[in-house]
Write a protein that binds this ligand. Structure first.
Ligand code: ARG
Ligand code: ZN
Length: 873
């Protein structure tokens, strides 16, 4: 049953207060709820209908009087109360078994603890409720459990009271003064250790920081605590927003479907997004923890204090919060590197989603299962929309807009339209056309051509935009697209003199932002005395595909001279695409531009660009991105062509790469600042390229680094290089050594799984099969499942797409099996098969496997995904 945005109606009742009493015993949890109900006067008096899932109902009462047979009805997932209700208290008592809850939604058990995940619709697995985000309530929660099994009892807000009870039991009472929707409710009960920290807000409120983990992980909490403090200070500085409770709790859970959850005052995190120390965590891992901790913290305002009216507005909180965390990471580390990473994700994964059968608008018009919409489109493209708005407004107006947004809508559940209205309030612009970014799916394609008139000294840039049909919208209206740009001459940036339009506010005279609003539009610059090279969409100023017919020479000029570092990187990527396409056309005798290689060589020598950016310049784009750029070619051919280009690149830069890779110093102290991370990234990129090139010294270098490394980044990079070199004994031994060394660290074992799932070979599937039998592998743990299955099906090109179709069949079997226990996870795992239409001949086999899945009894989650994917053509 599909739910539509256009059908939104306010609830007919409100719940002003929610009092929960949760009594946990092994195998059975009882929940008593007292709900203060108030009719919504704007709606006629209809019966109250609550939702619940998997609940055994023991008792229902209205204002203390038990309801009789004819007063209510339970049908499927709904409880209807027929009594005419004025203001009063509804009481229910239910029970269920968290131990058997493998969906990891609602209240469930993970290892030594009970915990909750309520977003989006998990609260209904805990009690009967109006489980929708526009119903906001003040929660108080009493938890009772065995004292030995569950010494720690946590919920949202402040601890009011705790004490002992008979029979070895104890209880705690929590009160959260802030109204919130049920999806922000959280409860944790278990045997946990705690690491503390503290922060004082700008206005002087002391905040106790508590990170709860299994005792074995106490040595991995410091980075999360430091990150949280940085995020708190940054949000005060940047948005003027302070924390609002006395305590900020974070709990690390091993079995978790997503990264983390922003429950008010009690965040629950996947261990992979909160635990970190240099021995067990890579640099990327450290940065991920910093980013996710900040993300969940920022939700306290963008999400919790101001929340979403309905789930179609999910990007209101997610897009905005991703934008906020990206700004934070850019400020804490390198802004260019952060931008490159984000754009890589957009181009290689979000664009693919937008081009596939599950394409949906950032504010979708309909859904069957909302869990399927926690997507790159809602999160990352949503963040790009906010980024465009922020750039169109400029720093001061954007701050004025967010101040207005947070103060006007505090304590309310609002919409994306309200957000844009706050933007309009702060500047003189009309964003009605801009809002198409929210309602039209698909990646716009912008084709640019230029004309230089040497007699008139004018230069014309002509843009046309279009966007392919997507499932919800056949015909697209033009988008409002900001094009940050400049012009390069032989000696660098040229001064811009627009002929019949004005430079944007943020412009100096060499940079401006053109605003594209028509299907076709031209801009003329005058007093241009040489044929310029346009630098377009600087910093990736809009999430579009750009088509401009650059010559190699022009790209090399951009790579050498552009004032925008991001576009220098982008030009290098484009040169790599050209090289791969050449290798596809002429596999035996293709040419890689020597000017490109030379330009890279000069950049490495001069080190005028930070090492981390150079590392990214040396990375050839992903197969997925290359496939989107050359859809007519078979994916295995693209893989092979890419490998060839990587080899040529590595060989031609061999001397310089060797110098870089050799400066490994096993005794250097490990630091996680951006500069040290960047140096490691460049060194390890160099090592990996040497391994690809088959340079004889690479093996020794890698083995030495593998054995002596004092941190996970360098050790894992060395192991990766050894896998590429693939001298069977050495590689197998190293893998084994690594496992023996780290077998007690679950998160490191996951890396070990991923590394092997990604090994390209015809035997990849056999190896994968064996790894699922490994004692450390568990089907019930999403991190482990993703480490093997998602990595294999998304990254292992030759293994997954092997000619026999065995990779597809294997994935289909896994998906059906996982769906029985964890539907959310299954609906994610199936993604690669949904992209069948891109794969010509192979696609037919993929589609057959999808159809085989669809023939089984499926969860709502998996049903929606497979059905939409089968409809595609
Ligand atoms: N709100 C969380 C975050 O992005 C993610 C929750 C995901 N829940 C889900 N059912 N998919 O920070
Ligand atoms: Zn979020």
């Amino acid at each position: 049953q599909t739910i539509y945005l256009k059908d939104y109606r306010q609830p007919n009742y409100w719940i002003d207060q929610t009092e929960l009493d949760v009594n946990i015993t092994p195998g059975l949890t009882h929940v008593k709820a007292r709900l203060k109900i108030r009719p919504n006067k704007s709606l006629a008096n209809e019966p109250l209908v609550l939702v619940g899932e998997g609940l055994t109902t023991h008792h229902i009462a209205w204002n203390g009087r038990a309801l009789g047979q004819g007063d209510y009805a339970i049908k499927g997932d709904s409880l209807t109360i027929f009594l005419p209700l004025s203001e009063g208290w509804l009481e229910t008592e239910v029970s269920f078994n968290p131990e058997e809850n493998t969906s990891l939604e609602g209240l469930y058990r993970s290892r030594t603890m009970y915990c909750t995940q309520c977003e989006a619709q998990g609260f209904r697995k805990i009690t009967w409720y109006l489980d929708r985000p526009d119903v906001m309530s003040v929660f108080s929660t009493r938890i009772e459990a065995d004292k030995i099994q569950c010494p720690i009892l946590l919920s949202n807000g402040n601890l009011i009271e705790a004490g002992e009870l008979e029979g070895g039991r104890h209880y705690a009472r929590w009160y959260d003064p802030f109204k919130k929707p049920s999806y922000l409710f959280a409860l944790v009960a278990g045997d946990l250790a705690c690491k503390t920290g503290s922060f004082t807000t700008e206005s002087g409120r002391p905040v106790a920081i508590e990170v709860y983990v299994e005792p074995k992980d106490l040595d991995k909490c410091d980075h999360a605590i430091d990150s949280l403090k940085r995020a708190m200070a940054w949000d005060e500085r940047t948005y003027g927003l302070e924390y609002d409770l006395d305590r900020y709790m974070i709990v690390a859970v091993d079995d978790f479907n997503m990264g983390a959850m922003e429950n008010k005052g009690l965040n629950i995190f996947n261990t992979s997004c909160v635990l970190a120390n240099s021995k067990t965590t890579t640099d990327l891992g450290f940065q991920r923890v910093e980013a996710v901790v900040a993300h969940e913290y920022f939700h306290n305002w963008s999400g919790n204090r101001v929340t979403c009216r309905d789930w179609f507005q999910l990007s209101l909180k997610e897009g905005f919060t991703v934008y906020r965390d990206a700004q934070f990471s850019a400020d804490m580390n390198s802004a260019t590197v952060k931008r490159i990473e984000d754009v890589n994700v957009l181009r290689s994964a979000q664009f693919a989603e937008d081009a596939g059968p599950l394409a949906h608008a950032v504010r979708p018009a309909s859904f069957i299962e909302i869990s399927n919409f926690y997507t790159l489109t809602v999160y990352e493209k949503g963040a790009e929309i906010v980024r465009m708005l922020a750039n169109l407004l400029g720093v001061d107006a954007f701050r004025k807009a967010t101040d207005y947004y947070f103060s006007t809508y505090d304590g309310q559940a609002v919409t994306c339209d309200d957000f844009v209205a706050a933007m309009e309030y702060a500047c003189a612009k009309d964003f009605s056309q801009f809002k198409r970014w929210y309602s039209q799916a698909g990646t716009p394609e912008v084709t640019v051509s230029d004309h230089y008139d040497a007699d008139a000294n004018t230069y014309t840039l002509s843009f046309t935009q279009s966007c392919r049909p997507t499932p919800e919208t056949e015909h697209k209206l033009p988008f409002h697209i900001p094009v940050a740009m400049g012009l390069l001459g032989d000696a660098g940036s040229l001064k811009l003199q627009p002929k019949d339009f004005a430079l944007s506010d943020d412009a100096d005279n060499t940079h401006t932002v053109l605003e594209l609003t028509e299907a076709s539009q031209s801009f003329v610059f005058s007093n241009v005395f040489e044929q310029p090279v346009p630098s377009l969409f600087r910093g990736f100023s809009a999430p579009v595909n750009v088509r401009f017919n650059y010559s190699e020479a022009q790209l090399i000029q951009l790579l050498k001279l552009d004032s925008d570092e991001f576009n220098r990187w982008s030009a290098s990527q484009e040169l790599a695409v050209i090289a791969v396409n050449a290798a596809l056309q002429e596999p035996a005798a293709f040419r890689v531009s020597e000017y490109w290689l030379e330009a890279l060589s000069v950049i490495i020598d001069q080190q005028l660009i930070e090492p981390a950016v150079i590392a990214y310049m040396l990375q050839v784009p992903s197969v997925s991105y290359l496939h989107d750029r050359s859809p007519q070619h078979d994916v295995l051919a693209i893989y092979a062509a890419r490998e060839k280009v990587v080899k040529v690149l590595a060989h031609s830069l061999e001397n310089q790469l060797t110098t870089i890779a050799c400066c490994y110093d096993a005794n250097a102290a490990y630091q996680v600042d951006a500069a040290s991370i960047g140096r490691r990234a460049l060194r390890n990129t160099a090592l990996l390229l040497l391994a690809h090139a088959g340079v004889p010294s690479a093996s020794e270098l890698a083995l030495g680094q593998f054995r002596s490394a004092n941190n996970m980044t360098d050790q894992l990079a060395a192991l990766k290089a050894l896998i590429v070199i693939d001298e069977s004994d050495i590689t197998a031994e190293a893998l084994d050594e690594f496992y023996q060394q780290w077998r007690h660290e679950a998160l490191v074992v996951n890396q070990w799984f991923s590394l092997q799932a990604a090994v390209e070979s015809e035997k990849a599937l056999t190896r994968l099969e064996q790894l699922t039998q490994h004692p450390a592998f568990q089907w019930s743990n999403p991190n482990k499942v993703r480490a093997l299955i998602s990595v294999f099906s998304n990254q292992n090109v030759t293994g997954f797409h092997c000619d026999s179709g065995a990779g597809y069949k294997w994935l289909a079997d896994v998906v059906v099996k996982v769906d029985k226990s964890n539907p959310q996870l299954a609906a994610r795992l199936v993604t690669p098969l949904t992209r069948w239409a891109k794969y010509a001949e192979r696609g037919r086999t993929m589609r057959q496997e999808l159809a085989r899945i669809a023939a089984q009894p499926l969860s709502k989650d998996l049903f929606e995904v497979t059905e939409k994917a089968l409809k595609a053509s």
